[in-house]
Write a protein that binds this ligand. Structure first.
Ligand code: MOS
Length: 707
């Protein structure tokens, strides 16, 4: 009997993989095209579904004239509310039952873009031709898609997280403040816009439903799908091999999977549903519009007395959701009085859901813009204002911080950026006709882990098979988990084989909420520790399986967050209103960095998302029809290469106590903070505040266009 450590070395001779920059393990498969995404897998007898969307924002279906298309070439049939399989209305996501899942169940139209039929045919072209030709008539009813904070239907948001905060006497502290900023900030509807459109292929193998789907967590999606179709969990298997980005929109069971399952059920053959780009915009999760009144009061020396932040966001009556805009407000700065309230306005829109730094991204735009305005009115360096209000404990919770390296991010970022020489007065720099300005913002994003199950098998050839239902959205999860497993096992990385992306591999948290790597790493680390401790007969395979549900309960309650500081320089053309980001620098404290190459890529991607949010992204609705008018990449602008300057991103030393390997998660924080930093830089360049995103040309333009 050999202890596994005896046969594999003590660890001291094994290279430490965590912290080493390595290219992604599936990189070769991706660049050679052998990596298969959900829509790529060849399959015998495959049929294709094309989705028909409602063109009205509210009303009822009067008729769907199936006879008009049923004899078109290749058409197998049409599924609508009259023949669709019945779904369980209790099925839902994190916020309870989700009416967004209840597709083709009745004649009610709750929003424009709602699927009303699925046409199934032998080829994608035939399905699309028939879907385009399918006559649908509606009884159109008045809709309401006009978001405003003063909407009479506004109601308190659900309080599952980011609930109301009440510390101190906000009114008294504001009254006693030397300076008060009292402004409101707005962000529009934004779309996740992952490069890979949502696609699912479903088929039955006997009594077992099989699916290949583009999502952020096959285990969770399989549980939702099972509930929705009233199946036992064992009857459902969802695989998610490679995913071309999700940004939140693939965190939930998508319409492609619900409809493909219906197709497979009715036609008893594999059915693939791939959304068009336009459908991705209109029927997969978007960020809700927000309107955020905020008041901050401070003494003349810059010490905060009160923060009052009461954001309003839109949602759909079909499903609850929380755009947690006030999370940062409760943790970023010390203030004796803090009041937060989240309100939601139900409208006839697609149910909003998590997108790129959910809550924190729009919330930080408000908070960090208001902080910059406060610095302006105090005549203070905005960096100094942040440093002066560094809390020692959670300002609302009173809990200690697990590790808080915001100051290190601020100072190191300022040093590298050359902030010290900045003249804080606006509109002082010109280069030719361009105005030049700099701005900064501080940021956090909550950190933590959720229960997951991992198994590790010691194989007979002295390799290790690590199994967990993780997902790699393209962020490098495979690469990170391989390194983590190698270090946890104290073996060479080549001896680790990783299996992920399959609901059969056991319960696991999804790739979301900046908690994927942390949650999975925990389970893998614990399984490795147990395997190493186990006396072992080298002639037998041995498998250890660990569920972290209990372990997580032992994690002390603390304020756990990742932090960053973002600095930027912009130019503004006052004649055209064009803002160009010239420099962008982010310093991050995200716990131990597992793979600096991939982590840097992740946070740079996030900062580009923030730049895009600042300057470009906006879902525009036609007020008369209630429909989005720019639901494609021609109309919905996302930062392109030409918009993105050389970005500098780096990490300060950081380590999360209590979490294996000190990991915090770097998934979302890159998105947060950048928009405010850019808006603050635009003010510094022009002297005019931009309180609504995106900072469009028409919002910046100073000269009247030629008439
Ligand atoms: Mo993230 S927006 O939770 O995928």
């Amino acid at each position: 009997m050999n202890a596994v450590t005896g046969s594999t070395g003590t660890g001291s001779t094994v290279p430490n993989n965590i912290g080493v920059a390595r290219p992604r393990v599936e990189g070769r498969a991706k660049v050679t095209g052998s990596a298969r995404y959900a829509a790529d897998k060849p399959m015998r007898d495959l049929a294709f579904g094309s989705v028909v969307m409602s063109t009205v924002s509210r009303g009822r279906i009067v008729d769907i004239d199936v006879s008009a298309v049923k004899d078109m070439p290749g058409v197998l049939g049409v599924i609508d509310h009259r023949n669709a399989p019945r779904l369980n209305p209790q099925a839902g996501h994190f916020f309870g039952p989700d009416g967004g899942l209840q597709l083709l169940q009745d004649d009610v139209i709750p929003f424009a873009g709602r699927p009303v039929a699925l046409v199934v045919a032998e080829t994608p072209e035939q399905a699309k031709a028939a879907a385009d030709a399918l006559p649908v008539t509606y009884d159109e009813q008045p809709h309401d898609t006009d978001f405003s904070a003063d909407h009479p239907a506004a109601r308190p948001a659900p309080t599952l997280f980011d609930g109301p905060a009440d510390v101190g006497d906000v009114a008294a502290e504001l009254a006693a403040s030397a300076v008060v900023v009292d402004e409101r900030y707005r962000t529009p509807e934004e779309h996740c816009s992952a490069m890979e459109p949502h696609s699912a292929t479903a088929w039955w193998e006997g009594e077992r439903l099989q699916a290949i789907d583009s999502n952020q967590g096959p285990f969770f999606i399989a549980t939702v799908l099972a509930t929705l179709f009233s199946l036992s969990f064992e009857q459902v298997r969802v695989r998610t091999e490679h995913v071309g980005g999700g940004f939140g929109s693939k965190g939930m069971c998508g319409p492609q999977l619900v409809l493909a399952t219906m197709g497979a059920t009715l036609f008893r053959r594999p059915v693939r549903v791939t959304l068009t780009r336009n459908q991705v915009f209109l029927m997969t999760a978007m960020r809700p519009a927000t309107d955020q009144p905020i008041r901050i009061g401070a003494d003349a020396d810059g010490r905060l007395r009160a923060i009052q932040h009461e954001p309003v966001f839109e949602l759909s009556p079909l499903a609850d959701y929380i755009e947690g805009c006030t999370e940062l407000t409760k943790t970023l700065y010390a203030a004796p009085a803090i009041r937060t309230r989240l309100k939601a306005v139900p409208l006839d829109i697609l149910p909003p859901y998590s997108m790129r730094g959910p809550g924190a991204a729009p919330g930080s735009f408000a908070l960090e813009s208001a902080m910059d305005e406060l610095a302006e009115r105090l005549g203070m360096d905005p960096l100094e204002l942040r440093l002066r209000n560094e809390p020692t404990v959670g300002p609302v919770s009173g809990l200690p911080f697990s590790s808080r390296n915001l100051v290190a991010c601020l100072r190191e970022g300022a040093r590298r950026f050359g902030w010290a020489t900045r003249d804080h007065k606006p509109r002082m720099r010109r280069e030719g006709h361009l105005l030049v300005g700099t701005g900064m913002a501080a940021t956090s994003f909550s950190a933590g882990a959720f229960p997951s199950v991992a198994s590790i098998t010691a194989e007979l050839d002295d390799t290790f098979t690590v199994v967990i239902a993780a997902t790699d959205l393209g962020t490098g999860a495979r690469t990170a988990l391989t390194a983590i497993a190698a270090d946890a096992l104290a073996v060479d990385i080549e001896r680790v084989r990783l299996r992920i992306s399959d609901s059969e591999l056991g319960p696991a948290w999804s790739a979301g909420g900046s908690r994927g790597t942390t949650s999975w790493a925990w389970a893998i680390t614990e399984a490795a520790a147990q395997l190493r401790d186990r006396p072992r007969d080298p002639s037998r395979r041995v498998t250890v399986t660990v569920d972290t549900s209990e372990l997580l309960n032992d994690l002390p309650s603390m304020e756990r967050h990742a932090y960053s500081a973002v600095f930027t320089e912009v130019t503004v053309d006052p004649a055209t209103g064009e803002v160009r980001v010239r420099r962008l620098l982010g310093m991050f404290a995200v716990g131990q960095v597992v793979n600096p190459l991939m982590a840097r890529s992740q946070v740079i991607g996030g900062m580009i998302g923030g730049l895009s949010m600042a300057l470009h992204e906006e879902g525009v609705r036609d007020r008369v029809s209630g429909r989005h008018v720019n639901a494609d990449f021609a109309g919905y602008h996302i930062a392109a290469h030409a918009d993105v300057p050389d970005i500098e991103a780096d990490f300060v030393p950081d380590y999360e106590p209590g979490i294996p390997f000190g990991i915090k998660g770097a998934g979302e924080i890159g998105n947060v903070g950048t928009a405010a930093a850019i808006a603050n830089a635009v003010w510094h360049a022009t002297g005019t505040r931009q309180r609504s995103l995106p900072i469009r040309l028409d919002r910046v333009l100073e000269e009247q266009p030629l008439t």
